[in-house]
Design a protein around this ligand. Sequence first.
Ligand code: ADP
Ligand code: F6P
Length: 354
Amino acid sequence: MKQFKRIGVLTSGGDAPGMNAAIRAVTREALLRGVEVMGIYRGYSGLIDGDIKPFSVRDVSNIINHGGSMLYSDRCPEFKTEEGMQKAIATCRKFGIDGIVAIGGDGTFRGATDLTLRGVPCVGIPGMIDNDISSTDNTIGFDTAMNTVLEMVDRLRDTCESHSRCAVVEVMGRNAGDIALQTGITTGATAAIIQELPFDEGALIEKIKKSRELGKHNFIVLVSEGMGHDFGPALTERIEAATGVESRFARLAHVVRGGHPTQRDRLMASRMGKFAVEELFNGRSNIVICERDNRILSCDIGFALTLDRMYKGKLKDGDLDKYTATEIAEMTALVEKRKAALASLAEVAAALSL
Ligand code: ADP
Ligand code: F6P
């Protein structure tokens, strides 16, 4: 088993509330085990540039309650090139970094795989609001983002009620409709429109007309950004034209990526951060830490990314060739479980929305 002397921790891709709790957990667990920790700033850019600082226990105090990432985060196209990758490896040698915990999304995990293949073992932690990593039930930041949507939409509802309006609200999620669907239910929206599910615009228009006749004042329609940038504004105009209900469009955008992480995100980030270090020190790498049925476990990054493609129906030729029948069966079961969870939420949303 490899003995670690000094590991690095970084955050990459879109930031997410709870990343700080994960940074803290990684740092404290490693220090507790007598291994030094280097904070790598600005994601893979900091790894290329050597924007790195040793962390003590105190460096990560007073951060668990803050949103964003105290290590900063970014997207680094240079890291995808062999030249950039070699610079990153050289930085690891220079600073004596012999392992890395990378907190981010699937792009970040691809980078972690590339580093592992070149001799720097990496473990990934899923930190992004979208919840679009199929191997884990939840990503760090997802819960906080949804709670922020709740607060924002509750406010919109107040003013919609006073003015008898409809608010069409677009929320982030990239290609995943999880945020929109779940908050559609919990804000009591008339509809949650996401790219994973069919949308019947005529039925929505009829529902709004009928409810207005029955005296309903406010209408909330949640739209996931995966529907496309122009979808929400255009739908708003169509709703107003077809129903006569005055309508306004609101894009919550990055607002839901900030703010204090919820209890749930802090707890999961703490558990994942600690487990990431345990796994790394137990000689495991090229893995992503996951939460399934409230258990923290790990899964091979290649497996996780293939699983994502299977879930999205984007498997490429040969994708499954290197997996055993048992592994493919496991992937298929996870895809089915996730699809069933989505279908069940869609059923609740459809039944309760008026
Ligand atoms: P996320 O990690 O949230 O999915 P990105 O897709 O922007 O966010 O990826 C974050 C960073 O990870 C990128 O800016 C890049 O530095 C690195 N990365 C993304 N894709 C790859 C890849 N295929 N190979 C190596 N590094 C990658
Ligand atoms: O992946 C997180 C996310 O916030 C997505 O929901 C969104 O599509 C994207 O990042 C926005 O990226 P940027 O911060 O570069 O505008």
